[in-house]
Ligand binder design. Structure first.
Ligand code: C2O
Ligand code: CU
Ligand code: CU
Length: 508
């Protein structure tokens, strides 16, 4: 729904707050003047709300081969025809369908193979964000899939229950490929998960949040995607590819797996009336215990698992409210209604939330942990732009390190492939309880400084780098990215810092 409708709705429902009032006056700035991608232009026009049933991405059933490998078949395709706006057709890209892709579900210990065929008519890649995989299987900018080609990475799932996602990662083209619709969810289960709602699409519901701009005729407005400070900031919110969505609640408690798959926008997700709910998981897994909040902040690439309880017959809007002046020194973030939950007159009972979720506490970094520093400025990291042939960092396998991120400019975030990390400090203070679980992406407000405890994996490959980068896709495409390799401990000094030309060859 567009923001104007939301303000109207909020006023009608008595949910208007001073935060909202602040946002009313905020619309006139152009996005490129702002310090934060959660700000934007005042949208014009409007629609009535929540008429569309929330799409639930289908679960993709793998084929299990004689070798026990679960094989998922994915086709990246262009030319999809989607109807987001009533009666209007939007040309989109998708995976195994017109827009977005199926949810992939696997368990810890599974051997999985992804058979990815590119039917886009142009080169792309498919990256498994949050998955701990060998660098060659990662689907980053080096694992290009040519038009018509099939790429079949495989690995053994060895990480706790979590929600990941997949999306293209072609250097300089990620923003456009994701914006057109290429993204999907990955759910990893393990047998240690406590009693949480787990029926997919019923009480365990994915919410993929994205902002778009539409032309009058229904086409996606792509004009800003590859320009400006933030790339495109949309005025219309899709959840799972559904505009103005509602979800019919049939159980007392619902787990939401929320993914911010937007190009640049940052959301502070909560409910109208600011009801309390519990965060149970961060990017890479479950928390030790539920954290009660009324808002979760998610920048692009970040996920949160929350559990919320509903009363029979109630209707509640899920929204995003910019931070108030008091909280952030910034009254000008945009507010959005995201979707509505409509509870049935009678709800099936749900178990109480367990007090211990099984998430493991952070491993304190050793006293002698190596500290690396990353300065963010403009769209550079440590004053450099991405170079596909340059290895920026060499990390010994299994290392526990401290990465200090120093944002000297406007808002960014920082994502590291392959690892899970903990936020030790944000601006000198420990993060809120709901951000203390395993992370792979962290929001870096204007001027913020973070200390991260990063645990590296054991797949060594001195010639295939993993990426770290800002996940604001325009920044990533402009080169706000670096490369690291994980190597056999003791061999760090022998590793070539320049990749041979063939390391960047195309798959075919
Ligand atoms: Cu979500 Cu480098 O990616
Ligand atoms: Cu990633
Ligand atoms: Cu950035």
């Amino acid at each position: 729904m567009k923001r104007r409708d939301f303000l109207l709705l909020a006023a009608l429902s008595g949910a208007a707050t001073t935060g909202l009032a602040g946002a009313c006056s905020a619309g006139s700035k152009s996005p490129s003047d702002s310090d934060s991608p959660s700000r934007g232009e005042s949208p014009s026009g409007g629609r009535a709300g929540f008429g569309n049933a929330l799409r639930i991405p289908p679960l993709l059933m793998p084929e299990v081969g004689a070798d026990g490998v679960k094989q998922f078949t994915l086709t990246m395709q262009s030319g999809g025809r989607s109807e987001f706006l009533p009666g209007k057709t939007t040309e989109t890209w998708g995976v195994n369908g017109a827009y977005l892709g199926p949810t992939l579900r696997a368990s810890r210990g599974d051997k999985v193979r992804m058979r990815v065929t590119n039917r886009l008519g142009e080169t792309s890649t498919l990256h498994w964000h949050g998955m701990r995989v060998p660098a060659k299987m990662d689907g980053g900018p080096h694992q290009m899939i040519e038009p018509g080609a099939t790429w079949s990475p495989e690995w053994t799932v060895d990480q706790p229950a979590m929600t990941g996602w997949y999306h293209p990662h072609l250097h300089e083209k990620t923003a456009m490929h994701v914006y057109r619709g290429l993204a999907g969810l990955i759910i990893i289960d393990d047998d240690k998960e406590p009693e949480l709602p787990r029926e997919y699409g019923v009480d365990d519901v994915p919410l993929i949040i994205q902002d778009k701009r539409f032309e009058r005729d229904g086409r996606l407005d792509e004009g800003g995607v590859e320009g400006g400070t933030w790339g495109l900031l949309g005025d219309s919110i899709l959840v799972n590819g559904t505009l103005d969505a509602h979800f019919k609640v049939t159980t007392q408690a619902v787990r939401l797996r929320i993914l911010n798959a937007s190009n640049a926008r940052v959301y502070r997700v909560g409910f109208a009336g600011n009801r309390a709910f519990h965060v149970v998981g961060t990017d890479g897994g479950l928390l030790e215990r539920p954290a009660e909040v009324d808002r979760v902040k998610l920048s692009p690439g970040e996920r949160a698992q929350i559990v919320v309880r509903f009363a029979p017959g109630e209707e509640v809007v899920l929204n995003s409210i910019g931070e108030t002046a008091r909280e952030a020194g910034d009254p000008e973030e945009d507010d959005f209604a995201l979707m509505k939950f409509v509870a049935a007159p009678q709800l099936a009972s749900s178990a109480a939330l367990p007090s211990a979720l099984g998430g493991v506490p952070a491993i304190p970094p050793p006293a002698a942990a190596r500290v690396r520093t990353f300065k963010l400025s403009g769209s550079e990291i440590n004053d450099k732009e991405m170079d596909m042939n340059r290895i920026d960092e060499v990390v010994p396998a299994g290392a526990h390190e401290i990465w200090e991120i120093d944002n000297t400019s406007y808002a960014h975030n920082f994502h590291i492939h392959e690892v899970h990390f903990r936020i030790l400090e944000m601006n000198g203070a420990p993060p809120p309880a709901y951000q203390r679980g395993p992370k792979d992406t962290v929001f870096m407000a204007k001027g913020a400084k973070a200390r991260l405890a990063v645990s590296f994996g054991s797949y060594v490959d001195p010639a295939s780098p993993y990426m770290y980068h800002c996940h604001i896709l325009r920044h990533e495409d402009k080169g706000m990215m670096g490369q690291f390799v994980v190597v056999e401990p003791g061999t760090e000094e022998q590793v070539p810092r320049t990749l041979p030309a063939e390391a960047t060859h195309h798959h075919d």
